[in-house]
Design a protein around this ligand. Structure first.
Ligand code: HEC
Length: 195
């Protein structure tokens, strides 16, 4: 086994620590630049995750856990391009378990933030994010998934896939016929999204 000099270890620890605290400010300063093309994030089940502080592995670990867990600071979770949850530092907002909710406007020019906040944030259909997400059983840290106890949303898995694949911030990809039909059904069932 190679022996690493103690001084070198200290330097590495210092550098890692410096990097972590420099990154931590990204979660303190969330702007439209914090969000990007949905399908470039890491897929976990039906949704996508990211981590603004760079520790994507820690976020994926909780997202994949079969028993739940607490998402680390900086975690971004998204099911659709226009809605996001971001985990703030511990204690930032105990009522929402430190999740901040975002309603985004996305176009081929990028992202802008329509609404952001904690227990009061509503989506474009007037639905309160927190009121639904708090229904998830405690071990799931407000993540609804398919069977964590939240009231369902009126989107089929194919509709979700089609919405994800038509994020205007991403390079265009082809839709299956089933996905095209799902988007059509969605357009006729939903009021047009404001932009
Ligand atoms: C009517 C209840 C309801 C409202 C309102 C709602 N959500 Fe959700 N949300 C859900 C359900 C249920 C899922 C899981 C859907 C699925 O996977 O099929 C979900 C999924 C998500 C996910 C993916 C992770 C997860 O929990 O499964 C995010 C992120 C999310 N919603 C954010 C938001 C944000 C942000 C808002 C407000 C701007 C919002 N939601 C409003 C019920 C709701």
């Amino acid at each position: 086994m190679r022996i690493i000099p103690f001084g070198l270890l200290c330097m590495v620890a210092f550098a890692l620590n410096g990097a972590a605290s420099a990154d931590a400010s990204k979660t303190d300063d969330i702007t439209e630049a914090s969000f990007k093309c949905l399908t470039e994030l890491a897929p976990v089940g039906d949704f996508f995750v990211d981590n603004l502080d760079g520790d994507i592995e820690a976020t994926i670990k909780v997202a994949r856990s079969p028993t739940g867990g607490v998402y680390p600071t900086g975690s971004v979770v998204q099911l659709v391009p226009a809605e996001a949850m971001v985990k703030r530092a511990p204690g930032f907002n105990p009522a929402t378990r430190d999740w901040e909710f975002f309603e985004l406007a996305v176009s081929d020019e990028g992202t802008s933030i329509n609404t952001r906040g904690f227990a009061q944030t509503v989506n474009r259909f007037g639905g309160n994010c927190f009121a639904c997400h708090i229904q998830a059983r405690p071990e799931w840290d407000l993540i609804c998934g398919k069977d964590h106890g939240c009231d369902p949303i009126p989107l089929t898995p194919v509709m979700i896939k089609a919405i994800q694949k038509t994020d205007p911030r991403c390079a265009p990809v082809e839709l299956s016929e089933e996905e095209m039909a799902a988007l059509k059904a969605l357009a006729s069932a939903m009021p047009p999204a404001e932009s």
